[in-house]
Design a protein around this ligand. Structure first.
Ligand SMILES: [Fe+2]
Length: 207
């Protein structure tokens, strides 16, 4: 039987967000005020998601695993700190407008950050997931997921879903919405439905 996946949905969302950010960095005209504003908003939003994800991963997933397999998450947590530092470097470039004066350099640094985060996520999936399955039941993993979602709150989760929906097919989206229906207040659920519709339109454009 397929086990409960710890990283599947959040990592799908992060990968979609990174792809979006990368193509926005190269595909936006930074001399156009509106395009620049949209890029900078996306840049800040994507980082909020990455930071929230790392924080919740450490607070729940890593902390619980450490209780049963001490030391298992040490290198993963230190990769989070290295990613924080790499992002701080990019954020400083944005704050000091180096992304405008040295755009090629900024895009190259963003690509490196993106690659480092991808490698980190791949390692969590390849190396941490088997350990997590060894030490926890699916019921416990579902409880971890519930704790993470409850702490994040509907407003942050909605920002996630925009990217998660980009990365799901139609059937998976319907199943996901079904699960959200019982968890979310009605207004947030309607917002999630709207994001799913936008993602569906993009999917059709891609096909
Ligand atoms: Fe992580």
């Amino acid at each position: 039987m397929k086990r409960e996946q710890t990283f599947d949905l959040p990592h799908k969302g992060l990968r979609a967000a990174l792809a979006e950010l990368g193509s926005s960095a190269t595909g936006s005209d930074f001399e156009n005020a509106e395009e620049l504003r949209l890029f900078e908003n996306l840049f800040r939003d994507v980082w909020k998601l990455i930071a929230l994800h790392s924080a919740e991963e450490e607070r729940i997933t890593f902390a619980e695993l450490e209780k049963r397999a001490p030391g298992a998450t040490v290198t993963f947590a230190s990769e989070h700190r290295a990613l924080d530092a790499a992002y701080d470097f990019l954020a400083e470039a944005v704050e000091t407008t180096k992304h405008l004066t040295a755009k090629d350099r900024f895009v190259a640094d963003l690509n490196k950050f993106s690659a480092a985060l991808q490698t980190h996520m791949n390692r969590e999936e390849d190396e941490l997931q088997p350990l997590i399955w060894k030490y926890f039941s699916d019921e416990e993993l579902m409880e971890h997921r519930r704790a993470i979602m409850a702490a994040s709150g509907p407003e942050s989760l909605i920002k996630w879903f925009r990217f998660v929906f980009y990365a799901l097919n139609g059937k998976e989206t319907a199943e996901f919405l079904d699960r959200l229906k019982s968890m979310f207040p009605e207004t947030t659920f309607i917002e999630a439905q709207h994001l799913a519709e936008v993602a569906e339109k993009r999917r059709r454009m891609r096909l």
